[in-house]
Structures are given as C-alpha cells and as structure tokens.
Design a binder for this molecule. Structure first.
Ligand SMILES: CC(C)(COP(=O)(O)OP(=O)(O)OC[C@H]1O[C@@H](n2cnc3c(N)ncnc32)[C@H](O)[C@@H]1OP(=O)(O)O)[C@@H](O)C(=O)NCCC(=O)NCCS
Length: 145
C-alpha cells in the first residue's frame, strides 16, 4: 500500500465496514505497519483497481492482523484469502511464531476464513466494538505459524 493508494483504500474500507476506520488512522497504519493492497490489473479500457487491503503489525515474535477488507463487489473471489496468505507469509519471514486478531462475534464470513488458516478462539473482549445495537463482543483468535 502506497500513500497514493489511500483514497482508494478508504473507499473500500467504508464500503466493507459499517464502522470503518478513519482516514487518519489508515494513513498512520500505512506509515507504521506492513500494509498491502490487492489490485486488479488494467484490462482493456478498465483501469487497474484496488479491491482489497490488509494490515499487519509485528512486535518481537508476535504479529497482529490490524485490518483485512475486500470491496463488497469483489468478495467471495478468494481475494481475502490471498491477502491473508501474504500477511501470514510476511509474519513468518519476520520470525513471528504466533498471530492474533480480533473479530466481531457476528462476522461469520471472517470467522470461516480465519478457521481455514488455523485460527482458534483464545479470548473475548466484551463490548469491544460499536454496533447498530450499541456494542458487540470481539472474539480474540490466534494461530501458530
Ligand atoms: C472477511 C473478508 C475479508 C473475506 O474476503 P473474501 O475475499 O470475500 O473471502 P474469500 O473469497 O477469500 O473467501 C475465503 C474463505 O472465507 C470463507 N468466506 C468468505 N466469505 C464468506 C461468506 N460470506 N460466507 C461464508 N464463508 C465465507 C469461505 O470459507 C471462503 O472459502 P471458499 O471460497 O473456499 O468458500 C470479506 O468478507 C470482507 O471484507 N468483509 C468485510 C470486512 C471484514 O469483516 N473484515 C474482517 C474483519 S475481522
């Protein structure tokens, strides 16, 4: 993810989440963390288009998935899966041994994808996320690399 990608990334972020992160948080993430985009190549008169993004932080031998999102129009095309493969490979290349992430309790698509990568539930953060009903628990998942 380049600085010049941020506008396109924020469009996808806002489409993908009911409660997206702010543009300033995204810009900070882009400076601090390992951030990647999935870009569909230009085809004929269609210009190249950013369809997904993923962000990973690494500290010592632990990594955390900060964000992974795919534009709704491009979901279920294995883009999220490819982004996960990339960031987990990066975590391995930095000698991380464990990866953590948080997911909304209601987020079945994400859970299903994370289970495919061997993530298991290791904790709960009560009322962690804002939701239309008020708040929602975050489930903490972890996997060993
Ligand atoms: C979660 C998310 C990133 C998945 O990306 P995606 O590109 O649509 O997912 P993929 O096509 O790579 O799917 C990978 C696997 O995840 C599971 N999955 C993905 N979407 C699913 C859905 N809607 N229902 C059930 N399973 C789903 C499937 O097991 C799928 O494997 P399969 O194709 O063999 O069935 C995407 O749904 C998204 O951006 N959601 C909004 C943002 C979000 O919730 N991010 C996660 C925050 S913790």
């Amino acid at each position: 993810m380049q600085k010049s990608d941020l506008d396109a990334v924020m469009i996808n972020e806002r489409l993908a989440y009911d409660f997206p992160c702010s543009a300033s948080i995204m810009a900070n993430n882009q400076k601090r963390y390992y951030c990647i985009v999935f870009e569909a190549p230009a085809e004929g008169s269609q210009p190249a288009e950013i369809l997904g993004h993923a962000i990973l932080s690494t500290v010592a031998d632990e990594a955390s998935v900060i964000n992974i999102a795919v534009s709704p129009k491009a979901q279920r095309q294995r883009i999220g899966y490819q982004l996960m493969e990339d960031i987990l490979a990066y975590a391995g290349s930095k000698n991380c041994v464990e990866v953590f992430l948080e997911v909304r309790e209601s987020n079945r698509p994400a859970f299903t994808m994370y289970h495919q990568f061997g993530f298991n539930e290791v904790g709960v953060r009560r009322n962690y996320y804002p939701s239309k009903q008020g708040s929602e628990d975050a489930i903490l998942l972890a996997c060993y690399l």
